[in-house]
Design a protein around this ligand. Structure first.
Ligand code: NAD
Ligand code: UD1
Length: 348
């Protein structure tokens, strides 16, 4: 029988791509999202893209902290596992409004875990982040590296990881996979779903994309004096469809009776500089991206990329796409949807 998966934050960027892979992989999927940072249009498009499997998707516009509503959803469906994406993710905002981040991300997660435990669903995949490696002293980052948090957003990831380790210690029926994502970029090759940040994008590729479609005049490059190949910051960019597939691999791993609370990096293992990424995007789009060189962004690390060995061995998962495909699909999405899921009037 098809497995039932609850996806929190399933209307968001990574969530919507994962929901599509789940549906086409034969899973029945229930999404819970308060649409705080996403649009219901994303899920309509996922349903269409999933074709015959689209009917296996249902959606509840619910905030995770609404325990009564969450209980009703768990009473209606017996879930085999939960993939938990829901959370706020803007680093700068988290520094300005730490309580908002602790309230949303921590209370949302604790409420979810309580309701899961009450309903006997103890299989979880959680969206952690490479941000928990702080400023790594060396690369590639392995899962054993020391952990730290540079801001309240990162601290919520660190706390949630620790909470998961503690609940597994207290009750070995819990099976939990913590996925530490590196830098998700790109979009589904159809160009129908992609990243649609509200306001001014914090991350590199959404900003580049908005410059390419004429919504912003130039990209500000944060620092060109790092000890890297061209002086700009180096990151491990991963195609969002590869990342989504990593979640399917994690679900398969949860069926393995031996797993307790495990952590895996999801990256490509390759480092790419800001200027290399811009050049790849210019090549894919045929658009020139004007650059303004500026100082380093406070809090930024110099070089971050993943060790991918553990995920390759234990999840039998490996990223397939390179930066050419990431930029091709990012541009396909951007050119078809220059204002994301909105319109020039609704999008600033
Ligand atoms: P996103 O903002 O597009 O998706 C998150 C979704 O969660 C949104 O649809 C939002 O409306 C929903 N949400 C937030 N708080 C909620 C609440 N209290 N109740 C119900 N729904 C709520 O972000 P994303 O890029 O898809 O990221 C998904 C997860 O992956 C997040 O936890 C994020 O921290 C983590 N992550 C993202 C990145 C990245 O670069 N995108 C990197 C590492 C980790
Ligand atoms: C950021 C977050 C991190 C989060 C990650 C993925 C900070 C300090 N860190 O990391 O917590 O896990 O996103 O969501 O915000 N860049 C520019 N110009 C821009 C934007 C970025 O030059 O307008 C550069 C950055 O300096 C960096 C690279 O591009 O070298 C990638 O930046 P970004 O996409 O924000 O990702 P991270 O820095 O890895």
């Amino acid at each position: 029988m098809a497995k039932n998966i609850l996806v929190t934050g399933g209307a968001g960027y990574i969530g919507s791509h994962t929901v599509l892979q789940l549906l086409t992989g034969g899973y029945r999927t229930v999404v819970v999202d308060n649409l705080e940072n996403s649009s219901a249009v994303a899920l309509q498009r996922v349903k269409e893209l999933a074709g015959q499997f689209g009917n296996n998707l249902s959606f509840h516009q619910v905030d995770l902290r609404d325990k009564a509503a969450l209980k009703t959803i768990f009473t209606e469906t017996k879930f085999d596992a939960v993939i938990h994406f829901a959370g706020l993710k803007a680093v700068g905002e988290s520094v300005q409004k730490p309580l908002l981040y602790f309230n949303n991300n921590l209370i949302g997660t604790i409420t979810l875990l309580e309701v899961m435990a009450d309903h006997g669903c103890k299989n979880l995949v959680f969206s952690s982040s490479a941000t928990v490696y702080g400023w790594p002293k060396e690369v590639p980052c392995t899962e054993e590296f020391p952990l730290s948090a540079a801001n309240p957003y990162g601290r919520t990831k660190l706390f949630i990881e620790e909470i998961c380790r503690d609940i597994h210690c207290s009750d070995s029926e819990w099976k939990i996979i913590l996925l530490r994502y590196f830098n998700p970029v790109g979009a589904h090759p159809s160009g129908q779903i992609g990243e649609d940040p509200r306001g001014i994008p914090n991350n590199l590729m959404p900003f580049v994309q908005q410059v390419a479609v004429g919504r912003r005049p130039a990209l500000t490059v944060f620092g060109n004096d790092y000890s890297t190949k061209d002086g700009t910051g180096v990151r491990d960019y991963i195609h969002v469809v590869d990342l989504a597939d990593g979640h399917i691999a994690a679900l398969c791993k949860l069926s393995d009776s031996k797993i307790g609370c495990e952590v895996y990096n999801l990256g490509t293992g390759k480092g790419t500089s800001v200027l290399e990424m811009v050049a790849a995007f210019e090549e894919a789009s045929g658009k020139k991206i004007p650059l303004v060189m500026a100082g380093r962004r406070p809090g930024d690390a110099e070089i971050v990329y993943a060790s991918t060995e553990k995920a390759e061995h234990e999840l039998k998962w490996k990223a397939k796409y390179g930066i050419e495909e990431m930029c091709r699909d990012q541009w396909n999405w951007a050119s078809k949807n220059p204002y994301g899921y909105g319109s020039p009037e609704t999008t600033k």
